[in-house]
Design a protein around this ligand. Structure first.
Ligand code: RIB
Ligand code: CA
Length: 314
């Protein structure tokens, strides 16, 4: 698979899960602006792959801004570092200039069709489609992306998730081009929460990686507590990886989707239903959270599961 990401706290949990899972072959990681500027997200991708003992995975920086909208990152959600309280090296300057069509470079390198996982704004995928749509169709066997929201309230405005909101034009291009896209939106990701006490448990883990992730998530819990009165955090991005490791964890429905390009409270709203720009997408409508937690436990160790398991059995 190729993972396009904007690490980001839930991104680093998803990247660590994929990197530490033997069933997963990561050919490359491409980075984008999003939760933090491109320099920072690229540094964070490098950090989490190092901590996951996967320096073998190449990282390619992509877009540093949306196609036409102003750049807006999310330091209040992920911290200025992009990974909350987790210790990181100073962001190394991007050696190469931002390359929005970076996915074309990567797809030209791979020898067989891949699964493309997008965990951030869809700017890199849109740029690749614009530059060489035939290449993308030839080499992307499946696209599964964390973006959008069909019925669940938004997390960036009333209706939209951050990834679709950040670059609605890119999301619109991806929806219209009809790759085999599976949309994993807030409808299911809001069900994947980790409680503050679980984050504390993970912080006591014998695994350095788990402790590092816990220090990132502690910031995320503080954000969710203040913004959504949730005593935990929503690790949205992990569900895309979970579905690829254990297919069937998510249930999908074919739904006509169009992306609202207004600047108002519907900006980036992935609206369900008929319309001139609507196209049918496979949209995740249900998730087996137990299976996802079990997977996190298998990869990161018991603390991801213990409390949930006890409550579950209570
Ligand atoms: O709306 C949630 C998505 O936006 C997640 O991928 C999060 O990391 C941010 O990129
Ligand atoms: Ca993300």
């Amino acid at each position: 698979m190729v993972i396009d990401t904007d690490p980001g706290i839930d991104d680093v949990v998803a990247l660590a899960l994929a990197a530490r899972c033997p069933e997963i072959e990561i050919l490359a990681v491409t980075t984008t602006y999003g939760n933090a500027p491109l320099t920072v997200t690229t540094r964070n991708a490098r950090t989490i792959l190092r901590l996951s003992a996967r320096r073998d995975i190449p990282i390619f920086p992509g877009a540093d801004r949306p196609r036409s909208r102003a750049l807006a990152t999310a330091p209040e959600t992920h911290g200025v570092s992009g990974v909350g309280y987790a210790p990181v090296d100073p962001p190394a300057p991007i050696v190469v200039p931002a390359r929005p069509a970076v996915l074309c470079d990567v797809l030209n390198m791979v020898s067989r069709p891949v699964t493309l996982v997008t965990l951030g704004p869809l700017t890199n995928l849109a740029a690749a489609l614009e530059k060489d749509e035939a290449l993308v169709r030839r080499r992307v066997a499946q696209h599964i992306g964390m973006f959008g929201s069909l019925r669940e309230r938004g997390n960036t405005n009333r209706w939209a998730d951050f990834n679709a909101w950040s670059d609605p034009e890119a999301a619109d291009m991806v929806v219209r081009c009809q790759l085999p896209t599976h949309m994993v939106g807030l409808d299911v990701t809001r069900q994947m929460t980790v409680s503050s006490s679980e984050v504390d448990d993970i912080g006591q883990s014998s695994s350095k990686l788990a402790r590092w992730l816990a220090s990132a998530m502690r910031f995320y819990v503080e954000f969710h507590r203040s913004q959504e009165r949730l005593d935990g955090c929503v690790i949205n991005d992990v569900l895309t990886i979970g579905e690829l490791i254990a297919p069937g964890m998510l249930r999908f429905e074919k739904v006509p989707i169009r992306v609202d390009l207004d600047e108002g409270e519907h900006r980036g709203h992935t609206r369900g239903g008929p319309g001139e720009s609507s196209r049918p997408l496979q949209v995740a409508t249900d998730v087996d959270v137990y299976a996802m937690r079990h997977l996190l436990t298998r990869v990161f160790g018991r603390s991801w599961f213990e409390r949930f398991h006890q409550e579950d059995l209570a």
